[in-house]
Design a protein around this ligand. Structure first.
Ligand code: NAD
Length: 260
């Protein structure tokens, strides 16, 4: 399976998991739009990936919570390359508090980036996929799409919601040849997780080592972090799978933290 010549958008891909997915896609021959808040950061990642080849990348400024910005970014990709084959809705943030202390503004901000972002980018890409009669939508869930943890009410709510959105996309998209699936990673050491370690230690009154060894990795089979490359490999399978058999699914990649 490869993505030779496939036109892809990966949101939140200037760094972290999104950048690794974009890299895997470029290595597989895809043309990849690096969509992120900062145009400079997106362009820097795109330049690096284009240098690696055999595919290519370009940077697009996109705040996924802004409908006009999403539509403009998707249109820029279509103008440049002629369509959209794959969307990876990956942009996301984490905010941790117990519910009684969770600022309502933070709740709304987190839900908006994960849920509005996935809805708006999907809505903007689907007409191009429907026109072509094929496409693959991949939403970035989490083990927290299936499991709950203290302090993460907004994140767990958003990630559970993405499973529902993906299943509706799969049912509506089927007659147009469009598939939709969710990736559910365990803890991956990116800036999103690095930031949480001291925050959770403070909230829970435990050491940072305990946060890593007990809270983050305690439930895994081997006490190991999932890597960005592990997640990118699953994204590649969902993107490149050759038939419409693989749709409406979610794949957990978490060193056995969550088993189903
Ligand atoms: P990260 O913080 O390293 O990268 C997130 C990227 O999203 C950044 O480049 C940021 O600029 C971008 N972004 C944030 N808000 C945006 C917005 N409004 N519009 C466009 N871009 C925006 O995080 P990461 O760990 O790579 O996480 C990526 C995704 O993977 C998230 O959806 C996250 O919830 C999910 N995830 C992460 C982990 C983990 O352990 N790191 C585990 C499971 C799921």
């Amino acid at each position: 399976m490869n993505l030779n010549g496939k036109i892809c958008i990966v949101t939140g891909s200037a760094r972290g998991i999104g950048a690794a997915i974009a890299k895997r896609f470029v290595q597989s021959g895809a043309k990849v739009a690096i969509a992120d808040l900062s145009l400079e950061a997106a362009q820097a990642t795109a330049k690096e990936l284009t240098g690696m080849g055999p595919g290519e990348a370009f940077g697009v400024a996109m705040n996924v919570t802004d409908e006009a910005a999403v539509n403009a970014g998707v249109q820029a990709v279509v103008d440049r390359w002629g369509g959209i084959d794959v969307l990876v809705s990956n942009a996301g943030i984490q905010i941790v508090h117990e519910i009684q202390n969770f600022p309502f503004e933070d709740w709304k901000k987190l839900l908006s980036i994960h849920l509005d972002g996935s809805f708006l980018t999907t809505k903007a890409c689907l007409p191009h996929m429907y026109k072509a009669g094929s496409g693959s939508i991949i939403l970035m869930g989490s083990v927290h799409s299936k499991e709950a943890s203290p302090l993460k009410s907004a994140y767990v709510t958003a990630k559970h919601g993405l499973l529902g959105l993906s299943r509706v996309i799969a049912k509506e998209g089927a007659k147009h040849g469009v598939r939709s699936n969710v990736i559910c990673p365990g803890f991956v050491k990116t800036p999103l997780v690095e930031k949480q370690i001291p925050e959770q230690a403070k909230e829970l009154g435990i050491s940072e080592e305990e946060v890593v060894n007990r809270i983050m990795l305690g439930g895994t089979v081997d006490q190991e972090f999932t890597t960005v490359e592990d997640v990118a490999e699953i994204a590649h399978v969902f993107a490149a799978f050759p038939t419409n058999a693989l749709t409406g699914q979610s794949m957990v990649v978490s060193h056995g933290w969550f088993m189903e």
